[in-house]
Design a protein around this ligand. Structure first.
Ligand code: UD1
Length: 362
């Protein structure tokens, strides 16, 4: 008797999810899994969502929950309310969730209550800082998920320490690097004629950096100093753009751009003299590319980017930023290595595991 093909339902919602789901869907497609894609609509702008689907070759979502922006409670609750009937209707054998955004935890909570199997891609990362909304999302998701796919050894150790059974933990490597490896040749071709030869590429969007007027003003003052040595190129997240306007801060000296598509941004990272960021994913991408990264945070849930890679934590302290920048400009910046299993094949390892172990129940 032939076995029915297992049905996997993916949940994505925000920009950093898209480069993670793309390689996993492709790898599962090659193994003929049945797949359904749900977009929660947490990010909804063309340049925060649609353009990523196009460039990464992600199929159009089967379901869009269109939740939009809101407080954490409202956004999470909206996703849960709208996602529950989708799970009941589609009856997936496994739901895959990605990263640490509100969509990740909301979908996981729904599945845990409906007793539907959940797999978390990018499990086990910890900043140990509960003032960060993503840390709460990571802790809850990992406690409830049935399969935990980790990118690096620290993820396994964190989960073991939290009492997660060893047989749920599967170290597969970094799926985001799969997308980078695949699209890097295109990114190299994406010339940016309007850019100087040397520049600092900046992104900022963490609530701790941009929601407080004083903190944001301090960081922008440091960036103006950087700009005197190295032109600052700053694709600006909608949250940050809103706060700059709200606090009436002057950014006329800095090159503020709209958020960029994946390929163009990757091209900019690769050519940057230094990247200054508070993003999680960009700490990893710069480590892979060997580009120095100064992270405007006191902690990171991605410690291998500091211990092995090119990342340095500078916090909101302008003096630390200046010192590290001086080192980089004198070519004494950190030299890193690429962590194990960040090799472009993490999604294949997930798909191989599921092909061997997941059975259709419905
Ligand atoms: C979310 C994730 C964060 C991730 C980031 C990447 C959570 C808790 N946070 O933060 O982990 O690093 O995405 O971008 O899930 N907005 C738009 N257009 C959009 C999306 C958002 O204008 O397409 C505006 C909204 O007005 C919203 C604000 O940006 O109020 C913030 O969006 P939100 O989804 O709440 O969180 P992010 O800061 O994007």
């Amino acid at each position: 008797m032939s076995q029915a093909t297992p049905h996997i339902l993916h949940v994505v919602g925000a920009r950093p999810n898209f480069m993670k789901v793309a390689p996993v869907m492709r790898a599962l497609e090659r193994r003929s899994f049945r797949q359904t894609l749900v977009h929660t609509g947490q990010h909804y702008d063309v340049n925060m969502s649609d353009v990523f689907f196009q460039q990464l070759g992600i199929p159009a979502p089967d379901v869009n929950l269109s939740v939009g922006a809101g407080s954490h409670a409202c956004q999470t609750a909206d996703i849960m309310t709208r996602f529950e009937p989708v799970v009941v209707e589609h009856k997936p054998d496994l739901v895959l969730v990605y990263g640490d955004v509100n969509s990740t935890v909301a979908a996981t909570l729904v599945c845990a209550k409906l007793r539907v199997l959940v797999g978390h891609v990018e499990a086990g990362l910890r900043s140990f800082d509960r003032s960060m909304p993503e840390e709460i999302n990571r802790l809850v998701t990992d406690q409830l998920a049935d399969l935990l796919f980790t990118p690096s050894e620290d993820g396994d150790l964190n989960l073991q320490r939290e009492g997660v059974a060893a047989d749920k933990i599967h170290r597969v490597g970094n799926v985001m690097i799969d997308s980078l490896v695949r699209l890097l040749p295109e990114a190299i071709k994406s010339a940016n004629h309007y850019l100087p030869d040397r520049y600092a590429l900046v992104t900022l969007h963490r609530p701790s950096n941009v929601d407080d007027g004083g903190a944001l003003k301090g960081i922008l003052t440091s960036l103006l100093e950087v700009n005197r040595q190295l032109p600052v190129v700053f694709p600006t997240h909608p949250r940050t753009r809103q706060r700059i306007a709200e606090f009436g801060l002057d950014t006329t000296q800095l090159r503020l751009l709209d958020p960029l598509p994946y390929v163009e941004f990757l091209g900019l990272q690769r050519r940057a003299t230094v990247v200054i960021t508070d993003s999680g994913g960009i700490q990893e991408e710069t480590t892979y590319l060997g580009v120095p990264c100064l992270t405007v945070r006191e902690n990171t849930e991605r410690p291998v980017t500091v211990s092995l890679g090119t990342n340095t934590l500078v916090g909101q302290d302008g003096r630390r930023l200046r010192e590290e920048l001086a080192r980089i400009l004198e070519n004494r910046g950190k030299q890193g290595v690429v962590p194990a299993l960040w090799d472009g094949h993490a999604a294949d390892r997930i798909a191989d595991f599921l092909a061997a172990n997941l059975r259709a129940v419905s």
